[in-house]
Ligand binder design. Structure first.
Ligand code: COA
Length: 325
């Protein structure tokens, strides 16, 4: 019924990263399609961005905040490990909504969208706000040129409800392969400190993002076409009927490779990587919001969506957009 997004003010262009690590605009653009990214600054916060994104979605849907039943925040970078969604619920003054975080890295938004849809499909809830928001800038090793050029911060959200009419979520599939999880991690450190003479305690801290880029690339270009292809077959949808291919924005080469597997022309492939880089759980709703507000996506359009990332985790969903415009 609505979508929204919010991004940090500070833009860092590729050549600026060249001040910090041995890289340049030509390398980054040609390997990834990324031209710049936005980074949360001192006067901003992840919760504020997520709140703004959610508010924009609720406004587009024209909802009274008191009618929201559920808020799911997909994030791997909460401000509070006990959960940041309750703070967003409080900011929205949505006191009737239950709110919790969900972590599935770059697949997080898709996993959260499907999770929320189950509450709606069961009839136990009517209205949900699903947010994808991440601040990977605080966990990137800014001295590692193989990862730091890829990521940025941002937030996006959708407002979904049951209408009793046609189900706009045609179908979905979600996957996890923990055995391959080692190629993309944001793991806790293994530091134990003395507590008392007889015992140590583990200090709570995380190590920067560690990634085997080539492995992750191969995983994405192999698994996304498989999961999307099976979904299209299951619901007997021809790839020509897809109005928009909405993929997690990780790398333009991944978007192009998946599109070419289904012969989807580039005009139907949504991409805003150039301006934001990989904002993890935020990429899909951030892209959706941009394309809805500039009226590329119109009510009734069929969207083929796929998210993928750490876990390893991946998923796909086919849905119709039915917003107010
Ligand atoms: N600037 C300049 N050179 C760089 C660089 C940078 N930022 N990062 C790496 N290089 C160098 C490498 O050191 C290597 O040099 P060498 O040949 O002298 O060893 C060369 O560029 C090629 O590196 P390689 O890793 O083979 O590049 P690639 O074509 O595989 O592209 C990625 C690297 C990370 C862009 C690509 O693997 C990728 O996009 N993977 C998926 C990552 C991803 O999307 N992760 C998130 C998923 S949710």
């Amino acid at each position: 019924m609505g979508c929204g997004s919010a991004t940090p003010q500070k833009i860092i262009i590729n050549d600026q990263l060249g001040q910090r690590v041995d890289t340049n605009d030509e390398w980054i653009q040609s390997r990834t399609g990324i031209g710049e990214r936005r980074i949360i600054g001192e006067s901003e916060s992840l919760v504020d961005l997520a709140t703004d994104a959610a508010l924009n979605a609720v406004k587009m849907a024209n909802w009274d905040v008191n009618t929201i039943d559920l808020i799911i925040l997909a994030t791997s970078t909460p401000e509070d490990l006990f959960g940041s969604a309750p703070k967003i619920q409080s900011n929205l003054e949505a006191s009737g909504a239950v709110a919790f975080d969900l972590t599935a890295a770059c697949s997080g938004f898709l996993f959260a969208l499907v999770t929320a849809s189950q509450y709606l499909a069961s009839g136990s809830m009517k209205r949900a706000v699903v947010i994808g928001a991440d601040q990977l800038s605080k966990w990137v090793d800014w001295d590692d040129r193989t990862t730091c050029v890829l990521f940025g911060d941002g937030a996006g959200a959708v407002a979904i409800e049951t209408t009793g009419a046609q189900n706009d979520l045609i179908g979905y599939d979600l996957k996890t392969d923990g055995k391959r999880g080692g190629c993309l991690n944001l793991s806790q450190s293994n530091v134990f400190l003395d507590l008392v003479e007889e015992a140590k305690y583990q200090k709570g801290e995380f190590l920067p993002i560690k990634m085997e880029g080539k492995e992750v690339y191969k995983f994405a270009v192999k698994e996304v076409p498989i999961i999307l292809g099976k979904l299209l077959d299951k619901y007997q949808i021809d790839s020509e009927s897809i109005d928009w291919l909405l993929l997690h924005q990780a790398n333009q080469r991944i978007l192009d490779a998946v599109a070419s597997r289904f012969s989807i022309p580039s005009r139907k492939v949504l991409s805003n990587l150039k301006h934001y880089g990989n904002t993890s759980a935020a990429t899909i709703p951030l892209m959706l919001d941009e394309a809805v507000r500039d009226q590329r996506i119109k009510s009734g359009d069929l969207i083929a969506c796929s998210g993928f990332g750490a876990g390893l985790s991946w998923g796909a969903a086919l849905f119709y957009w039915h917003g107010p415009y």
